[in-house]
Design a protein around this ligand. Structure first.
Ligand SMILES: [Fe+2]
Ligand SMILES: [Fe+2]
Length: 478
């Protein structure tokens, strides 16, 4: 099957980069492919190898019709290499090289920096598959199980996307990095994944939905910044990854929305907001959801790095990583004189101060992400509002529970008040999931596999996948 937008499915590795025209690259990737499949077998979703899963596969890079849905056994999924179409005459759009033609090859002086950026992004993709590998055993429905697996196979494809760049543009070092991407393991003491948040466990479905809602959204912002890159193959790769990423965010946001809906329904039915009663009725009380939100929000905030960063400034000046929607912004795209507002601490007060915008690009991307998370929280809040439940979700202050940057040595309450160590020790259980909260959520995780049935703690979705009914048999067990 060869398609309009040029993806060749007759090849061992489906691609739209004319892989067959570059034999040594093709051989190198065909050599990596069995290693990848071995990794999937060991670290991919547990006990899933023989299931038939109703999955989408990219068959085109045309945004209007790029996906095909059918039953697939995941080890047979057609992972491939898909780049968004080249934009003729594309330029470097920011930094010191602004106005030059976009680079089709890696500029020698930026080689190691670019490789590091690509490896760091690439490492998150298999990491999340590893973090989520046990979840299939406690799925709340077939619909959700299918969504989990869709996210997993696409994170696998994102690894392919980054490995393609490493193989095609970074020679021997690139090939070694591609191997190392299959060797690190999430949470491993000796050879962990690169970023801390990707070494945390994803122990239950509430955590999974929070992760896809918040941490995949960090992925969206990182990919969007890399999609602006002057290195054109990276830009085109990231643009297509963003198309797939949208579904991951949907899985998270709608997953939590369905949990909120179910809890509100039970609250109204039984006319109670008492935690113990609601837990007894087998639903997750809203304050517990808020604590999970606080946890995932703060851990993911750290992924953007320190507020002030000379690395971020260099990536920008060098034309490697832009701002979110760089080309839509109406400034000089060099940021030589611009300023940006950062939080800071003076004595025991939080204040705002202005710094050169170039050094504050991590904070700026974090702020863009926070604004996006906030919009989704507003959508969630319509559910209790419509149900007549007074509870509203709130994002904690960005200094809350941070491990990286300005706030790392401090304790900040969700409302943004600096507090003492003693007060933190006394109160953090009100703000972050306690052992007891986690044990309760864990206790809800059963396994529901009858088509159209849903676990008690989550409402069914409003509609199915690819216009199929909600009760469709999304996964068939051999
Ligand atoms: Fe991804
Ligand atoms: Fe994702």
């Amino acid at each position: 099957m060869s398609t309009a937008a040029g993806i060749d499915y007759n090849e061992r590795i489906p691609n739209n980069v004319e892989l067959s025209g570059n034999k040594s690259l093709q051989r190198a990737l065909e050599h990596w492919q069995p290693e990848y499949l071995k990794w999937w077998g060991e670290m991919g979703p547990e006990k899933s190898q023989t299931m038939d899963v109703y999955l989408r596969t990219a068959v085109s890079v045309d945004p209007k019709g790029w996906a095909h849905y059918d039953y697939v056994k995941m080890p047979d999924y057609r992972w491939g290499i898909f780049l968004a179409p080249a934009e003729p005459g594309r330029k470097v759009n920011f930094g010191a090289h602004k106005g030059e033609d976009a680079w089709q090859e890696v500029p020698g002086e930026y080689r190691s920096t670019l490789r590091r950026i690509i490896v760091t992004q690439g490492d998150t993709e298999p990491a999340s598959v590893e973090q989520q590998r046990h979840l299939g055993l406690t799925c709340p429905s077939l619909y959700d199980l299918r969504n989990l697996f869709q996210v997993n196979v696409e994170e696998g494809r994102h690894l392919w996307a980054m490995v393609y760049l490493l193989h095609a543009y970074f020679g021997r070092d690139g090939r070694e990095e591609a191997e190392a991407l299959l060797e690190r393991r999430s949470g491993d003491a000796d050879n962990p994944r690169i970023l801390t948040a990707f070494n945390e466990k994803t122990p239950d479905w509430l955590s999974f939905f929070m992760f896809t809602f918040i941490t995949d959204r960090d992925g969206k912002y990182q990919l969007a910044a890399l999609a602006e890159s002057g290195f054109d193959p990276l830009s085109r790769t990231c643009r297509f990854m963003l198309t797939e990423e949208a579904h991951h965010l949907f899985v998270g946001e709608s997953g939590i929305a369905r949990i909120i809906q179910r809890t509100c329904d039970v609250m109204n039915q039984h006319k109670t907001d008492e935690r113990a009663k609601l837990r007894g009725l087998g639903v997750i009380d809203l304050p517990t959801l808020q604590k999970y939100l606080n946890f995932h929000f703060s851990v993911t905030s750290d992924l953007y790095g320190s507020e002030i960063s000379s690395n971020a400034a260099s990536f920008y000046t060098q034309g490697l990583k832009g701002r979110f929607e760089e080309t839509k912004l109406g400034d000089d795209h060099r940021l030589e004189a611009a300023e940006y507002e950062l939080p800071d601490v003076v004595e025991d007060r939080l204040i705002a101060r202005h710094v050169p915008a170039l050094t504050a690009l991590n904070e700026r991307l974090r702020d863009d992400w926070i604004a996006d998370v906030q919009k989704a929280i507003d959508r969630w809040n319509r559910i209790p509002e419509k149900s007549g439940v007074p509870f509203r979700f709130r994002l904690p202050h960005k200094g809350f529970h941070r491990r990286i940057g300005l706030f790392a040595p401090l304790h900040v309450s969700p409302e943004g008040k600096l507090i003492s160590e003693a007060e933190w020790m006394r109160r953090h259980k009100d703000w972050l999931p306690s052992e007891e909260d986690r044990a309760f959520v864990h206790s809800l995780m059963g396994r529901v596999t009858e088509p159209g049935k849903f676990a008690n703690w989550i409402a069914p979705p409003l509609s199915g996948i690819n216009k199929q009914p909600v009760g469709f048999e999304y996964v068939r067990f051999a």
